[in-house]
Design a protein. Structure first.
Length: 653
């Protein structure tokens, strides 16, 4: 495809996705009651707020209530604040902190109505889409080159490894090899890092090695969570700066942020002095009459100042009023000049920090920020590359000639809502690794899970190439058990540390079956939900901590049903919500159970791979064997579990 035509195509796809996201959000808000949207975890109702303070130029408002807040709204999300009609509100903020019964939002201003009986809704953020379009409209030769690689129109040079002195002595041999290849690449290197293989550790070493060579490094990730993981690994080991809204940065890492570094720079004392003077001037200004329209009577500020100088009056405005307004205008002009000068100094400080930094870290979207618009980068390093669409990943790659991408194309692809934009779900990483496997390396030693838990996904999705590190080979549930208990029936076998993976088969039970709410496309399974609760109750009885337990289900309605019946503190989420995360014990509810044996989007095997690889010590699956076995991969999974002695009919329990 012609490059210009391809760029036009990408812009059209971005626009399709932008419209789909906004329309989905608006439609849901319009069709659902506040309570229904809260049940879907995208709204929080009946909140009271108070001003908690000010930070980095934003007001921090703490919204709370007595009822526990269960929501997918997280730190860094854009929200709309309203008194019950979010689509009519123009009051937006960014979440900075979240607790069980409160949520803190950073806002530019605070209307008086916004502190009582408030509703907060997750909102679609158009800024990211605008940045994608802006990048596509202003592609550098570096960005065009990336697209040529993606289209297979340009052949990359194969990386040649270079030697280096390790900074992180815990790197294994294959991680070392990946670092050497990254340092030697002329074009790009793809690091295929399956679950628990140390992608972030490897990327941190690559960034530090480039910095040691005097190279300017741009390190990005698709999400703030993944980016903070990189920041944590680099903090204190190089001159780094983390860009982005301060509310999207973990509190533990705020010292790495540009905002913090600007405010703690030696020259910033000048700005502080200006602010003190401005505060005093504001107090002095308030002693005089503000020139409101009803008093000015059409007089310009310039005319008022002239009248005050000559002692004249005009249009029925008394001299004392004119003189008082003139003093107000003079002080206001002085305030504006000081604010302008302060901003210039702040921008100069920010630019100096950027110039002095060896590694600049940002999300893919925030790589479009003007702070780094003219910065020349030697290399771009991107984590979570397989979760980024091509227009998203182009934002950082448009700024550097060499790049290193890390991810796992065997797990979840980029999330795309629009059917018209489905093409965006194919990531640049997947296109490149398919066309140029010689420019990739597989991290093949995993440090997350017990060997038996790894066996099936390893054989099914990674051609048996993965190995388990000795440190986790034999880990099991017994390592976490505090109370030894006997439950009888088959529960003792199900909870045995000797059986790392189990499957509770509901196919012979009269209580089995999936259901669908009116007007909903999602599914739920009440019987499986009860079984999940029973499993978790027994795990808690033997002393497993709530924070070590996780529940995964492919369907949002099942997740909602589970949250209603499970103890507070046990995390329940969809497969997408658990991407990149792990728990000591995972329980999976597959939901689908019907005579037609339809699996719907369970046939997306990347979702299956993601779900199966979240557990470290114990995995308990619950589902209808007859329905699931209609798909060959699920059939092989069931055969594997049966061979390991972990397949149990629910009628036997």
């Amino acid at each position: 495809m012609n490059i210009k035509r391809y760029i036009r195509r990408l812009k059209a796809l971005v626009e399709f996705e932008r419209r789909a996201e906004i329309e989905a959000m608006k439609k849901e808000i319009a069709l659902l009651s506040g309570k229904e949207r809260e049940e879907r975890r995208r709204a929080i109702l009946d909140l009271r707020g108070y001003l908690q303070g000010k930070e980095f130029g934003y007001l921090l408002v703490r919204f709370s209530r007595e009822k526990v807040i269960d929501t997918e709204i997280g730190v860094g999300d854009l929200v709309v604040i309203s008194r019950g009609q979010p689509l009519k509100s123009r009051f937006f903020g960014v979440v900075t902190e979240k607790g069980k019964r409160y949520i803190v939002v950073a806002v530019d201003n605070l209307p008086s109505w916004a502190l009582r009986r408030v509703r907060i809704d997750l909102f679609a953020n158009e800024i990211t889409f605008k940045r994608m379009i802006a990048t596509l409209n202003n592609l550098t030769d570096k960005g065009v080159r990336v697209l040529r690689f993606g289209l297979g129109q340009k052949e990359p040079k194969e990386p040649k490894s270079v030697s280096f002195e390790k900074i992180d002595n815990k790197l294994n041999k294959v991680q070392e090899k990946a670092v050497g290849l990254a340092l030697g690449t002329r074009d790009f290197l793809l690091i295929h890092g399956p679950f628990g293989t140390g992608k972030s550790r490897t990327l941190a070493e690559i960034a530090l090695q480039f910095a040691r060579q005097g190279k300017k490094v741009l390190a990005t990730a698709e999400t703030n969570v993944a980016l903070d993981n990189l920041v944590a690994r680099l903090f204190g080991r190089a001159r780094i700066v983390r860009l982005g809204h301060p509310s999207r940065i973990s509190n533990d890492l705020i010292r790495a942020s540009l905002f913090w570094q600007v405010e703690n720079f030696h020259r910033y004392r000048i700005v502080k002095n200006f602010r003190n003077i401005i505060d005093k001037l504001i107090g002095k200004r308030n002693e005089f009459q503000k020139p409101i329209p009803s008093l000015k009577r059409g007089l310009s500020d310039k005319k008022i100042l002239a009248l005050a100088r000559t002692g004249q009056t005009k249009r029925g405005v008394g001299y004392q009023t004119i003189r008082s307004m003139a003093e107000w205008i003079k002080i206001q002009t002085e305030i504006k000049e000081m604010i302008k000068e302060s901003k210039v100094i702040e921008e100069e400080i920010g630019q100096e920090i950027i110039n002095l930094s060896e590694i600049i870290l940002t999300t893919n979207s925030s790589a479009a920020l003007e702070f780094i618009e003219g910065v020349e980068f030697d290399v771009a390093i991107v984590d979570e590359a397989t979760q980024a669409t091509i227009p998203s990943i182009l934002i950082p790659l448009n700024k550097a000639r060499r790049f290193v991408l890390a991810g796992d194309h065997r797990q979840l692809p980029p999330t795309v809502l629009s059917e018209k934009a489905r093409e965006l779900s194919l990531s640049l990483f997947e296109k490149l690794i398919t066309n140029f496997p010689q420019n990739s390396i597989l991290l093949n030693i995993q440090y997350r899970m017990a060997e038996k838990l790894m066996d099936f996904p390893n054989r099914e999705f990674y051609q048996g190439k993965l190995k388990t590190d000795d440190s986790v080979k034999k880990i099991g549930l017994n390592d976490l058990v505090i109370k030894k208990k006997k439950f009888g029936n088959l529960w003792d076998d199900i909870l045995s540390s000797e059986k790392p993976i189990c499957f509770l088969d509901t196919s012979s039970s009269k209580r089995k079956g999936e259901v669908q709410r009116p007007g909903s496309f999602s599914k739920e399974n009440p019987f499986e939900a009860k079984l999940v609760r029973e499993v978790l109750d027994k795990l808690l009885e033997i002393g497993i901590k709530k924070e070590d337990l996780g529940v995964i289900t492919p369907y949002k309605n099942q997740a909602q049903a589970l949250r209603r019946i499970l103890e507070e503190g046990i995390e329940v989420d969809t497969v997408d919500g658990y991407q990149g995360r792990e728990k000591e014990v995972i329980v999976i509810s597959f939901v689908r159970s019907s005579k037609e044996k339809e699996l719907g989007f369970l046939t997306d095997l990347r979702r299956l791979n993601t779900a199966l690889t979240r557990a470290k010590r114990k995995l308990i699956c619950i589902g209808d064997k007859k329905t699931l076995a209609a798909h060959p991969v699920y059939g092989r999974l069931l055969d594997f579990i049966k061979k390991e002695g972990g397949l149990f009919s629910i009628d036997e329990v």
